[in-house]
Design a protein around this ligand. Structure first.
Ligand SMILES: C[S@@+](CC[C@H](N)C(=O)[O-])C[C@H]1O[C@@H](n2cnc3c(N)ncnc32)[C@H](O)[C@@H]1O
Length: 432
């Protein structure tokens, strides 16, 4: 199987809304040798990162839009344009390898089309780029609706947020404090010749100078560390459960925050990790096993209460399903897969889950609301609306040196070589 054919399969699944980078890439990686993995990742991530630009270029270069049944050819065109515009692969090799894929797609007619589009792009690159540069979707490489939403929400930060969305995400680690402290692990990294920086805001965090395979990390298999973004690492300290307390992690998979909570507080009376996806709960189990941790797992809907035994929780973490607009650099296919209308739907679901979980919290108990979104509808507006309606809910101000204070909670924006975009708000149920 050729790398470009694999990339075309991944991109076609995304264009058809049949998959995402996260769900479609692993099966294609398995078909290739390890030496080809990094090129496949680069082709898929890069093509989606610059999708808004590449699509505009393709529209200029293809006279008649392709039909839905030919989205594989569309994917191949985007892939070819990405290589020519962004990679240092010699153009003639990029074109010929890309054109060859048309034979594997069993669409011989597409050979001339892909070849023609790519050669025309080569000839007209400078003028096309100049012509399109006045369009924001092109210059910012973001969909129009998202540019508008970001500018409206964050007039001062929007351009920097978009620049970070187009950058490579750093790889951060969380040291398992049950197995040693951060300084000890830092020494092990040094001995292994791996460059890193200690995280500024998470006392368990280390950011690597270069992302690498987890199997190259000292003690990964033995559970000394996990991969987790620094912003996500803030949850455990914010929820700060005490010994003997009962904790609910309501949207837990793949379990990054569940595991951190258990590492931070091993003397809980109980921890229930809930998720609607059985498949993703399997990943929570894997993570718990690797870290030699344990908790109760339940596949259930956090927006329903049929699973609840009526015993209230002392602490609830609601890491709500969201637009993931704060982690676009890790999931650039969001630029294509998310639509403007999704935000209201997600905000509705988040509100439903929040209202459903609130009665499950003990008086005096705390709920930490989190998203990896930078959009206020899912964050500060959601929480302000909830507090306004819920007489027994009060916000506990987060005194922090990260992010910025909002009307409710704190917003983090994706940082160069630092944490992702995230949002946190801490609520307390007033006793009585
Ligand atoms: C942002 S992810 C959680 C990440 C996780 N907390 C971590 O730190 O690894 C959101 C999760 O919510 C789950 N989910 C979405 N809707 C849900 C619902 N109604 N009830 C329970 N889980 C849900 C998804 O399956 C997904 O695993």
């Amino acid at each position: 199987m050729s790398v470009r054919l694999s990339a075309t399969r991944v991109l076609t699944a995304i264009l058809k809304h049949d998959g995402s980078l996260a769900t479609s890439l692993p099966a294609q990686l398995e078909k290739l040798s390890e030496s080809e993995h990094s090129l496949l990742r680069q082709l898929c991530y890069g093509s989606m990162r610059y999708y808004p630009q590449l699509q505009l270029l393709a529209e200029q270069l293809i006279s008649k839009p392709l039909k839905r049944k030919d989205l594989d050819v569309q994917a191949l065109v985007l892939l070819g344009l990405y290589q020519l515009a962004y990679l240092r692969i010699p153009a003639h090799a990029a074109i010929s390898e890309t054109v060859q894929v048309t034979a594997k797609l069993k669409k011989p007619w597409a050979k001339a089309l892909v070849n023609g589009v790519l050669r025309n792009f080569q000839r007209q690159q400078a003028s096309l780029e100049q012509q399109l540069s006045v369009r924001q979707e092109y210059s910012r490489a973001h969909p129009k609706w998202l540019i508008k939403a970001l500018r409206q929400a964050w007039p001062e930060q929007a351009n920097e947020i978009m620049a970070q969305n187009n950058a490579q995400a750093p790889m951060s680690l969380r040291v398992n404090r049950l197995r040693g402290n951060r300084d000890d692990y830092a020494q092990q990294l040094q001995q292994a010749g791996i460059d890193f920086e200690l995280c500024r805001f998470s006392s368990d965090g280390i950011t690597l100078a270069q992302p690498r395979d987890v199997n190259q990390l000292p003690g990964f298999t033995e559970g000394l560390v996990s991969v987790q973004d620094e912003a996500a690492q803030l949850a455990a300290a914010l929820l700060a459960p005490e010994p003997g307390e009962r904790v609910l992690d309501a949207c837990a998979a793949p379990g990054g925050k569940t595991c951190h909570l258990l590492e931070q507080q091993p003397d809980l009376a109980g921890c229930l990790a809930l998720d609607m996806s059985e498949l993703r709960l399997g990943r929570v189990r894997q993570n718990l096993d690797r870290l030699a941790l344990d908790c109760e797992l339940l596949c259930a809907d956090a927006a329903a209460s049929d699973w609840w035994d009526g015993q209230p929780f002392d602490r609830i973490l609601l890491d709500a399903p969201c637009s993931a607009s704060g982690v676009i650099r890790r999931n650039p296919d969001i630029k294509y897969l998310r639509q403007a209308e999704d935000i209201a739907t997600l905000a509705h679901l988040q509100g439903q889950i929040l209202r459903n979980l609130w009665p499950m919290l003990k008086p005096g108990g705390r709920l930490l609301y989190a998203t990896c979104s930078v959009l206020p509808q899912e964050n500060a507006e959601q929480i302000s609306g909830f507090i306004a309606d819920q007489a027994d809910a009060r916000e506990l101000t987060l005194e922090a040196n990260w992010g910025i204070a909002c009307s409710a909670g704190r917003q983090l924006f994706p940082q160069p070589d630092g944490h992702d975009g995230f949002y946190y708000a801490l609520l307390e149920k007033t006793p009585g």
